[in-house]
Design a protein around this ligand. Structure first.
Ligand SMILES: C[S@@+](CC[C@H](N)C(=O)[O-])C[C@H]1O[C@@H](n2cnc3c(N)ncnc32)[C@H](O)[C@@H]1O
Length: 182
């Protein structure tokens, strides 16, 4: 089982942003759509073992996506973005600490992806043996310090994927690839 928490530190887009020129109109919510595609699709179809939580730090709105939410939708950026947009209107407003407490089963290994973390290799054994893995990461911008502190307090290990700053969607695709290879 995998749980991915995309922690967005940007103004929450309006639920009626236009899809024309969506990158700027959505305040770069296209990043979230790409993370959703990387998190939930494979070449063979949808991942049934993964849930993605998109947490919008400024409003506390949280979008929860899994294979059932996406249904027959194709992994097209605009279609997925359109779904996210429709979810924004009545997204529940939640406290991140509560979400973590309620949605992370005991025994899951928790990692927070950040360039300043330890090397992934040193966590591989634990990740591969765990009954489930929780991954937290930032979106267009890094996770703000107050949420970083919360992640540390909740037992997340800081893990680096390399010396450069990668796109959030690439980080998610890479972590899936590593875990699939366990
Ligand atoms: C596009 S990056 C965020 C902004 C970026 N750090 C910058 O300098 O502009 C998106 C997120 O992916 C994760 N990430 C990016 N590169 C990483 C790396 N080398 N190791 C671990 N996580 C990484 C982090 O969680 C980061 O917040």
């Amino acid at each position: 089982m995998r749980r991915i928490f995309l922690l967005i530190h940007r103004p929450t887009p309006s639920p009626d942003f236009p899809l024309k020129g969506y990158a700027s109109a959505s305040r770069r919510f296209d990043v979230a759509a790409r993370v959703a595609i990387a998190a939930l699709y494979t070449a063979e179809g949808l991942r049934r073992d993964t849930t993605l939580y998109i947490y919008l730090a400024d409003t506390g709105k949280t979008l929860t996506l899994n294979a059932d939410t996406l249904g027959p939708m194709k992994p097209h950026e605009v279609e997925v973005l359109s779904l996210l947009r429709s979810m924004l209107a009545d997204a529940p407003i939640m406290n991140l600490e509560r979400i973590l407490d309620e949605h992370i089963p005991a025994g899951f290994v928790k990692i927070y992806l950040t360039e300043k973390g330890g090397k992934l290799d040193t966590f591989l054994g634990a990740l591969c043996r765990a009954p489930g893995v929780v991954v937290a990461l930032g979106g267009k911008e890094d996770v703000p310090p107050e949420l970083e502190k919360l992640l540390v307090r909740k037992g997340f290990d800081l893990v680096s994927l390399g010396p450069f700053s990668y796109l959030a969607s690439h980080c998610v695709a890479f972590i899936h690839m590593v875990l699939d290879g366990c």
